[in-house]
Design a protein around this ligand. Structure first.
Ligand SMILES: CC(C)(COP(=O)(O)OP(=O)(O)OC[C@H]1O[C@@H](n2cnc3c(N)ncnc32)[C@H](O)[C@@H]1OP(=O)(O)O)[C@@H](O)C(=O)NCCC(=O)NCCS
Length: 164
């Protein structure tokens, strides 16, 4: 595996759409989005909006991040989402993308990275904890999925040098 981390390109859209179909279900997301074509996917996620890990011609995973609220007082925070292709899970692709995010955050003066994860998504919670994320809140019974009310966890990690 020879990973290159780069902004998403038009040629990636089909694979990104297929990756989403494989990884998102009612244990990993509160809403399943469906795209009819790569063109429709691209309208939701234009080129450059996601950062991908490419292994040659294959997209192994992606990460995306933005300020939760687009106001000056919130510019020190990134809210993130991550997805790794099942063929590449457990092979440190997620860790590589998180390291890229950490570097980008430092370059942009971002101090805090935050995310939301379903309480049923045990693998993702284990991943986030393994790389230093902590729980900072819990939205009780926030979603009704598969006939059950599910909590949504709020997690965060301070960027190196800004730990408190
Ligand atoms: C969760 C996810 C991002 C992890 O990415 P990954 O590339 O598979 O993780 P890594 O290989 O970098 O793992 C790093 C560490 O996280 C922990 N970890 C990762 N996957 C784990 C699992 N399935 N169970 C327990 N711990 C796990 C381990 O401590 C691992 O270190 P180790 O391999 O030395 O034991 C990936 O599995 C994924 O995309 N899942 C589906 C989509 C999803 O749930 N996204 C998050 C939504 S909030």
């Amino acid at each position: 595996m020879n990973l290159i981390i780069r902004p998403s390109q038009k040629k990636d859209m089909q694979q990104l759409m297929e990756l989403d179909r494989l990884i998102w279900d009612s244990t990993t997301t509160p809403v399943l989005l469906h795209w009819d074509s790569a063109g429709v996917y691209e309208k939701s996620y234009p080129e450059g909006q996601q950062t991908v890990a490419a292994d040659g011609d294959r997209i192994a995973g992606y990460i995306s991040y933005k300020h939760p609220v687009d106001i000056p007082s919130n510019r020190h925070v990134f809210d993130m989402a991550i997805g790794i292709h099942p063929d590449y899970q457990g092979r440190k692709v997620g860790s590589r993308l998180m390291e890229h995010l950490r570097q980008t955050a430092r370059e942009q003066g971002v101090r805090k990275i935050s995310l939301r994860v379903l309480s049923t998504n045990e693998k993702a919670i284990a991943f986030y904890k393994a790389i230093g994320f902590k729980e900072e809140g819990r939205l009780h019974e926030e979603f009704f999925l598969d006939g059950k009310y599910v909590d949504d966890l709020l997690m965060y990690k301070m960027v190196d040098g800004y730990e408190n």
